[in-house]
Design a protein around this ligand. Structure first.
Ligand code: NI
Length: 170
């Protein structure tokens, strides 16, 4: 079991959009990468983790929002939001911004298309926390963090807070 260091806001890898991933080129390494990502996500008590958050420039995320308290491991390779509906305004956080929470606007329900851990295409709908996780993870792979959805003034407030918090980040 390997728990990797989680990259924090301000480190360049989080801002770099990840190009589409060629499944065959990582097929052999994928089991190890995923194992480390799951270990890291669960250890940090997160519900999602994108590869750039562990320093890997790969268009790949893992999600487990534990519906009804049971594990539901979703591997998202090259995820795309292909449909969306409604809107919600809920508090969000991110393992790359420990201690920072803010309400942002998201679609209430989305449909995601991706490849799974075996490279098979699938589609899935998500509402509530799962829908938010899908949107949050796709953002990571596009080089965006949830605070990028804030208004200019709200983002300035958050960044002032980040300046204080950063001293405790590892
Ligand atoms: Ni995040």
């Amino acid at each position: 079991m390997s728990i990797l260091r989680i990259v924090k806001h301000g480190e360049p890898v989080l801002k770099k959009p990840c190009p589409p991933l060629d499944y065959d080129s990582i097929r052999l390494e994928l089991p190890r990468i995923l194992r480390d990502m799951w270990d890291t996500m669960y250890a940090a008590q997160g519900v999602g983790l994108a590869a750039p958050q562990v320093g890997l420039h790969l268009r790949l995320s893992v999600v487990d929002v534990r519906p009804e308290g049971k594990a539901q491991r979703l591997v998202l390779i090259n995820p795309q939001i292909i449909a969306c509906e409604g809107s919600m305004f809920e508090e969000e956080g991110c393992l790359s911004l420990p201690g920072v929470y803010a309400k942002i606007q998201r679609h209430a329900r989305v449909r995601v298309r991706a490849l799974d851990a075996r490279g098979r295409p699938f589609e899935m709908e998500g509402a509530g926390l799962l829908g938010r996780a899908f949107q949050h993870e796709v953002d990571h792979l596009d080089g965006k963090l949830f605070i990028d959805h804030l208004s200019f003034t709200d983002k300035l407030k958050v960044l002032a807070l980040v300046k204080d918090l950063r001293r405790d980040w590892m």
